[in-house]
Design a protein around this ligand. Structure first.
Ligand code: SAM
Length: 275
């Protein structure tokens, strides 16, 4: 087994340091994240979650407060032992890197992990959630967090989705990003996967003819959710065996995407959760 090289510690005081510019770019631009395969997660909880889940840390920036915090010190030592470069920065540099007036005391830079359609093994008693062109990073992060909470298998991002590694999406996962597998695929790849899926394939749809409490869910379940504005594309809906509806009685057109996902997931996993 190859062992990782021990990392190092570097003090940064200048805003124009190239590493500060690199982290700023990762925070601000999807293009930088895609080209480098890196992303930023802010906060000590996320740093600890990432280490526990075995993710590779490229840099761990620690502000002055973290130097007196035993949990932060432990995280920095663990990251360094795994080859990370520890950046000791001032609060002003941390603010500049994260574009925040009140930055977190710890900011990590990690290597992205994302699966493709061919990596998905649908066997086993679990549930995958597929999102058709999800646009809102807060919705995506909340769904990843909810999939984690019900012990789901992962989240598929179908078509042109928001970046799961954007700072807002990562923040909304509250650390679940490090525990829930993500996969990215085109619509045709998804339809092929859905076509040979061994368990229940159900889409939530405002025109669904089946109440979400009715189906007998056969594991593994594939739960498919539509786009925030446009709902599910017709051919995506056609690829699903069942269209389910969550009843509404008031004047709201529809439920928020993350809320609808949470309601459906808790129903699907009802028998698996010891509530
Ligand atoms: N105007 C969109 C439409 O016509 O579908 C509304 C989309 S809704 C905000 C986003 C997604 O949440 C939907 O595509 C569906 O997957 C799910 N959803 C929201 N409310 C639902 C409900 N009452 N029943 C079933 N699915 C629902």
């Amino acid at each position: 087994m190859s062992e990782k090289r021990q990392g190092a510690v570097k003090q940064i005081t200048s805003h124009s340091n190239p590493l500060v510019k690199e982290i700023k770019g990762l925070v601000a631009q999807r293009k930088h994240r895609s080209q480098s395969g890196l992303f930023v997660a802010e906060g000590l909880k996320l740093a600890t979650d990432a280490l526990e889940a075995g993710w590779d840390v490229r840099y761990l920036a620690i502000g002055p407060e973290a130097r007196d915090n035993p949990v932060a010190q432990k995280a920095a030592a663990a990251a360094k032992a795994r080859g990370a470069l520890i950046l000791e920065v001032s609060t002003a540099v941390m603010s500049a890197m994260t574009r925040k007036d009140n930055p977190q005391m710890v900011v990590g830079v990690y290597e992205q992990q994302i699966l493709g359609a061919k990596d998905i093994d649908p066997r086993g008693a679990s549930v995958w959630v597929a999102l058709d062109r999800v646009r809102d990073p807060g919705n995506l992060g909340t769904i990843i967090r909810t999939v984690d909470a019900v012990g789901g298998a992962g989240v598929m991002l179908v078509g042109d989705c928001t970046d799961p590694f954007a700072v807002e999406a990562v923040r909304a996962t509250m650390g679940s990003l490090f525990h829930v597998p993500l996969a990215k695929m085109g619509k045709e790849e998804f339809k092929a996967l859905a076509g040979k899926w061994p368990g229940t394939v159900a889409a939530t749809h405002l025109k669904g003819s089946v109440d979400y409490r009715v189906p007998e869910w056969q594991d593994p379940v594939l739960l498919v959710m539509g786009n925030e504005q446009k709902g599910l594309e017709d051919d995506m809906a056609d690829a699903c065996k069942t269209l389910i509806r969550i009843p509404q009685v008031g004047q709201a057109d529809s439920l928020n995407l993350a809320v609808a996902t949470g309601i459906a997931l808790y129903e699907i996993r009802r028998n698996h959760l010891e509530l």
